[in-house]
Design a protein around this ligand. Structure first.
Ligand SMILES: Cc1cc2nc3c(=O)[nH]c(=O)nc-3n(C[C@H](O)[C@H](O)[C@H](O)COP(=O)(O)OP(=O)(O)OC[C@H]3O[C@@H](n4cnc5c(N)ncnc54)[C@H](O)[C@@H]3O)c2cc1C
Length: 231
C-alpha cells in the first residue's frame, strides 16, 4: 500500500483557528490569520474543538494519493460521503497480465495451503480476463471476472471534520485490517501538518468510552497509547 498526502490547506491549524476567532472578534479572518500568536491560535482551536464546535475544522482539506489497495478496501472507503474521490477505471484501463495485480490478506500469506489456493485462483482469473480481452470483449465487461482483491489507485479529498469522523470509525480495531492500516497511515501524515486538529485523532475510545459494547477489542489503554504516540 502506498499512501501520500499530496496536498492540503496551507497552515491548516491556523486557518481553522482564524475561522473560529472570526465569530468572536471584530477583526477580519485575514487580520486574525496574520495577527494571532501561535499560542492564542492553538489554545483557542483546542478549546473550540473541545466544546464540539467542529464546523470550523471544515476549512482545512487534505488530498491523499492511495495506491496498491484492494477494491474491497475502496468499496468501504467510498461509503464516507462527505469527501471527493477519483478512482482508476477498469473500463478505461486495460490491464496486461503483468499489470493485473492483487492484494493478499496476511491471514492467507501466513498459511501455505491457503496461499497456494489463492495464488492459483488469481492466476486463473488473470488468464480468463486476458482471454476475454483477446476475444474482443471490452474491458468494461471483461472486468466482471476480476476479484475484490484487484489492486487499484484512488485519490481522496476530505476536510478535517470528515477525516476526524473517518478516523474514529476506521482506525478502530473493529475495522477491517486493510482499511485500518490505510486510515492509520493517513492519520500519521495529517498529524505532521495539523498537530492540533488531529491531536486526539484515532478511534472513538480516544475521546470517550468504547461504543462497541460486547464487540469491544478490550485493549483501550493500549490503543489510546498507540494513537497518542503516532508520529
Ligand atoms: C466496523 C464497521 C462495520 C461496518 N459494516 C457494514 C456492513 O456490514 N454493511 C454496510 O452496508 N456498511 C457497513 N459499514 C459502513 C457504515 O455503515 C457507514 O456506511 C460508513 O462507516 C460511513 O459512515 P457514516 O455514514 O457515519 O459517515 P459519512 O458518510 O462519512 O458521513 C459523515 C456524517 O455525516 C452525516 N451524514 C452523511 N450523510 C448523511 C445523510 N444522508 N443523512 C444524514 N446524515 C448524513 C452523518 O452524521 C455521518 O456520520 C461498517 C462500518 C464500520 C466502521
Amino acid at each position: 500500500m502506498e499512501v501520500k498526502l499530496i496536498a492540503h490547506t496551507p497552515d491548516p491549524d491556523r486557518v481553522c483557528a482564524a475561522a473560529a476567532f472570526t465569530s468572536w472578534k471584530k477583526k477580519t479572518t485575514a487580520e486574525l490569520f496574520e495577527d494571532l500568536s501561535d499560542k492564542e491560535a492553538m489554545d483557542f482551536l483546542r478549546m473550540v474543538i473541545g466544546l464540539g464546535h467542529v464546523s470550523v475544522t471544515e476549512h482545512a482539506t487534505f488530498t491523499f494519493s492511495i495506491s496498491g489497495v484492494s477494491r474491497a478496501l475502496t468499496h468501504q472507503l467510498v461509503r464516507h460521503r462527505i469527501a471527493s474521490y477519483t478512482q482508476q477505471s477498469q473500463r478505461y484501463v486495460k490491464f496486461s497480465p503483468e499489470e493485473l495485480r492483487y492484494i493478499t490478506p496476511p491471514t492467507i500469506k501466513g498459511n501455505k495451503e491457503a496461499e497456494e489456493e489463492y495464488t492459483s485462483v488469481m492466476a486463473e482469473i488473470s488468464n480468463a480476463y486476458q482471454k476475454l480481452l483477446n476475444l474482443g470483449i471490452p474491458p468494461e465487461d471483461a472486468r466482471f471476472v476480476l476479484p475484490n482483491a484487484a489492486a487499484t489507485n484512488i485519490v481522496v479529498t476530505m476536510n478535517a471534520r470528515e477525516l476526524t469522523h473517518f478516523f474514529r470509525l476506521r482506525t478502530c480495531e473493529r475495522t477491517q485490517w486493510e482499511l485500518r492500516e490505510l486510515a492509520t497511515e493517513m492519520l500519521r501524515q495529517v498529524k505532521r501538518v495539523a498537530p492540533v486538529l488531529f491531536e486526539n485523532g484515532g478511534p472513538n475510545c480516544m475521546v470517550g468510552p468504547c461504543p462497541e459494547g460486547k464487540l469491544t477489542c478490550g485493549k483501550i489503554e493500549e490503543v489510546r497509547k498507540k494513537f497518542r504516540e503516532l508520529k
